[in-house]
Design a protein around this ligand. Structure first.
Ligand code: SF4
Length: 483
């Protein structure tokens, strides 16, 4: 097979968000790809949600159920583990990324698997499993089309649901031509066929398949995965060994609750009523069934209990990874997923990254938000994202030493102190406003200042316009109105 592995970048680079965002904003090609894709997903969701009477009630129910699980996570995890073992599966517990990778490598070695077919799993990206496997001499091949494209390009996912959202058809055509020596074509069907040809033989050859889990049902010990391509079903049933990497927050209480989440997830993520495939995997193959001889479930903590320990941040664990908050976020839509410097991006990335890797490594992320609240409006489990971001901001200020970028924290702090001083003295405030009004005559045009020439104000107008002060102050207008 012509498939060539290209490893993606490693580690957390969230501290580079300003530099990466600046680059992304200057990249017209990326801007167009992001605009078109996020808008399409946003519109699909809007239509899908409008068709469901009582969608708000469904959201409330989803939230209640996640709350129930997260508040009693210990007992639900124990129940889930029991049920997996009762169905003939094996349960492994991983407290961090290194432990999770070691467990997967151990299972692969025992199974004699030198090649693994992987379904899309964000947890495997999070623990950098592909690098660990490669170091152990095991080759992992991504079988989700988006992930396959990114593996060839050596990149991380740029979106939770649509990992290659930043790539156009032309980008993919060039990549396939370069990496797979395939013909150049921009037709989606033919591009899919090229990927399919490259992957097909791997499904038959691999001795181990690896997946994530969209949900893990405590009552039955089932791992539930949803998809549109069929590659997850193939990866989890064709090889003799199946390993499911499951973040401990993925639990839901009962099988009957699955209906609530399936309706919420597909509509919020892609605007579908249901995805093309929903697989519910309960233990390995029984006599007369298709499926693997062995099923292993690796329950991964990797920072989740840190979020659990904080009564405020616990809510972030309700997330069902639908990606809807990314598609509406005005920041994500401009800077794209790679600017966030880790595997989770957008509003939910700004929440969970500091929790999973520690606030010291990702202190900039909670500030990468306009706090407009669009994410809260679309979240299927009603996570109050802006509120949690504010909580993280104060934590970042209190717990970390590095001053918050951009350039002049001292200048920023001085300006804030001056502002606070003037706000407590009406005469100083009025004088300041009068001077500003006088000065803005040289810059303002039709109610907006589009460009300041002098630093530090020039930094503001580099990325956005500045609203000009009203020609007449409110206090003067108020006097007139009262008279
Ligand atoms: S925070 Fe809500 S909207 Fe965002 S990915 Fe998670 S579930 Fe979806």
């Amino acid at each position: 097979m012509l498939l060539r592995d290209t490893m993606s970048e490693t580690g957390v680079q969230s501290g580079e968000i300003h530099e990466r965002a600046t680059q992304a904003l200057r990249d017209a090609h990326l801007q167009e790809a992001l605009r078109a894709s996020t808008l399409r997903l946003y519109e699909h969701r809007l239509r899908a949600v409008q068709e469901v009477p009582g969608f708000e009630r469904l959201r409330e129910r989803g939230r209640e159920l996640k709350r129930e699980v997260i508040e009693h996570l210990d007992s639900y995890l124990a129940q889930f583990a029991d049920q997996v073992e009762r169905s003939g599966g094996h349960v492994h517990w991983a407290s961090d990324a290194a432990e999770a990778c070691a467990i997967v490598i151990g299972i692969a070695e025992k199974a004699g698997a030198r090649e693994i077919v992987k379904a899309k799993t964000m947890v495997s990206e999070e623990i950098e499993l592909n690098h660990a496997l490669e170091a152990a001499g095991i080759r992992a091949v991504e079988t989700d089309l988006g992930e396959f494209i990114l593996q060839l390009a050596g990149e991380r996912p740029a979106h939770i649901v649509a990992p290659a959202i930043h790539k156009t058809r032309q980008d993919v055509a060039e990549l396939f031509q370069r990496s797979l020596q395939a013909e150049y074509t921009t037709e989606p069907e033919r591009l899919t066929l090229i990927a399919r040809r490259a992957l097909r033989e791997m499904f038959h050859r691999a001795r181990m398949g690896l997946s994530g889990a969209n949900f893990a049902v405590a009552e039955t010990g089932s791992v539930v995965v949803i998809e549109n391509e069929g590659n997850i079903r193939f990866s989890t049933t064709a090889p003799p060994v199946h390993v499911a990497l499951v973040g401990i927050e993925k639990l839901i209480p009962r099988f009957a609750d699955l209906g609530v989440f399936l309706r919420l997830l597909a509509r919020s993520g892609t605007g579908q009523k249901l995805t093309s495939y929903t697989s519910m995997l309960t233990g390995p193959r029984r006599p007369g069934e298709d499926g693997p001889d062995e099923m292993h479930v690796v329950l991964v903590d990797n920072g989740r209990t840190r979020a659990l320990a904080d009564p405020k941040m616990r809510e972030a664990l309700y997330c069902i990874r639908c990606g809807a908050c990314l598609n509406v976020c005005p920041v994500y839509r401009k800077i794209g997923g790679h600017s966030y410097g880790w595997v989770y991006s957008g509003p939910i990335g700004a929440l969970v990254t500091p929790e999973f890797v520690g606030i010291g490594q990702a202190r900039e992320l909670p500030f990468a938000s306009s706090l407009c609240g669009a994410c809260r409006e679309v979240c299927p489990v009603k996570i109050n994202i802006p509120d949690l971001l504010l909580h993280l901001r104060s934590e970042a200020q209190a717990k970390t030493e590095t001053p918050r970028p951009p350039d002049s924290p001292v200048g920023e702090r001085t300006a804030m102190r001056l502002w606070a001083w003037a706000m407590g003295r009406p005469w100083a405030y009025s004088l300041g406003a009068w001077l500003a009004r006088l000065g803005q005559r040289f810059f303002a045009d039709q109610g907006w200042v589009r460009r300041f020439n002098k630093y530090p104000l020039s930094r503001w107008t580099e990325g956005r316009d500045f609203p000009a002060l009203a020609p007449e102050p409110f206090r003067a207008r108020w006097k007139k109105i009262r008279n």
